[in-house]
Design a protein around this ligand. Structure first.
Ligand code: AMP
Ligand code: MG
Length: 344
């Protein structure tokens, strides 16, 4: 299959592909999504096939208008409406009780459905033009870092899908916050750009799924968002995070990188604008500014993909503060590192 790379000017053709049960990759403000008609079981199945995604890992349904919640969900609580009205359009996914019309192929057989209204204009144009609600996970091959440019999508999806809408590099760079609104207390199943504190300002107490807040692998706890239990976001080489006082972290990473370089491996170092000049071995990359976590989120996945492009065997990275957005960043980095964390 030929994969066309187009701009949003081709939205009419893209909408037709969705109506016909086909796949279109498109930009959102978080990462690129791989979209299909959410109410068409066969279309949803094509997403799993293209990504090589395990079938028990449900998809997020994207809508362009808050009223469309009623097409896919029922018994929606007042608190759920409140956060949807407050944070949409934006990087928040809400878990609601599903309507029976939503096929099991979209929800992985769960009685609930994940819904989000993205703020990216191209995403909303596509949803509107298609006349459908669009199921879309991230547009990467399952297990690889999520795509933040159309080029990343092409790397993974070339020949597997008919169309990619190129909207340039995305703004946020990590996936949406997922909050389950079907229980007694709202629960964050995946940390993201919308933080616990931001949610609590609007609806009061919010819990975080223990499976996604830990700094070590939580062997006995099953993540409530099925997708969070898989190895994810990972580069092909072995990634190790190092945390502690800055001087010690720099010395440790330099020592580890030197050791592996001497043994003949290809080594990478992930640092920040503040520290990059202090490293002297391997392929060195700054992920962003430590004093501005937004810049780190934006570059995270492209740096992990870069590690693959350079066929790095060992990658050593600084680690990042764990409050607010830092929480989401460290959650993704720890998973990418298989929880290899050296604390100094
Ligand atoms: P992705 O869009 O690739 O980031 O994947 C969607 C994420 O949403 C995965 O981690 C899923 O496990 C999660 N998800 C989707 N639907 C549900 C649901 N009904 N309940 C819990 N998690 C969900
Ligand atoms: Mg994903």
């Amino acid at each position: 299959m030929e994969t066309k790379l187009v701009t949003i000017d081709n939205v009419k053709e893209a909408g037709q592909i969705i109506r016909d049960g086909g796949l279109v990759a498109f930009p959102t403000e978080t990462v690129y999504g791989l979209g299909a008609d959410a109410m068409n079981e066969d279309a949803a199945a094509r997403i799993y096939k293209a990504k090589g995604r395990p079938s028990d890992n449900p998809l997020i349904v994207h809508i362009s208008d808050i009223e469309q919640v009623n097409l896919v969900a029922e018994e929606v609580s007042e608190a759920a409406w409140k956060i949807m009205r407050h944070f949409w359009p934006g990087p928040l996914t809400v878990i609601l009780n599903k309507k029976k019309e939503v096929p099991d192929g979209t929800t992985g057989g769960l009685p609930t459905v994940a819904v989000r209204m993205p703020s990216h204009p191209a995403a909303r144009d596509l949803i509107r033009e298609s006349g459908r609600v669009i199921a879309a996970p991230s547009a990467n091959t399952s297990g690889r870092p999520s795509p933040t440019t159309a080029g990343h999508v092409m790397e993974d999806m070339k020949g597997k899908i008919p169309m990619i809408i190129d909207g340039g590099a995305v703004g946020i760079g990590i996936e949406s916050t997922i909050v389950d609104m079907t229980g007694e207390v709202p629960m964050i199943l995946r940390p993201g750009y919308i933080t616990k504190a931001m949610l609590e300002e609007v609806i009061g107490a919010v819990q975080v799924d223990p499976a996604v807040s830990g700094r070590t692998m939580q062997k006995d706890i099953v993540a409530k968002a099925p997708g969070m239990k898989y190895r994810h976001y990972a580069p092909k080489g072995s990634l190790t995070l190092v945390e502690g006082p800055e001087d010690q972290v720099v010395d440790k990473i330099n020592a580890l990188a030197w050791e592996k370089t001497r043994q003949g491996y290809r080594v990478g170092v992930i640092a920040t604008d503040e520290t990059i000049a202090r490293y002297y071995v391997g392929v060195r990359k700054s992920i962003g500014r430590r004093d501005n976590p937004d810049t780190i989120a934006t570059h995270l996945y492209s740096i992990l993909r870069f590690c693959d492009d350079f066929e790095l065997d060992y990658i050593y990275s600084e680690s990042f503060f764990e409050d607010g957005l830092g929480n989401a960043i460290m959650n993704r980095m720890l998973k990418a590192a298989g929880y290899h964390l050296i604390s100094l």
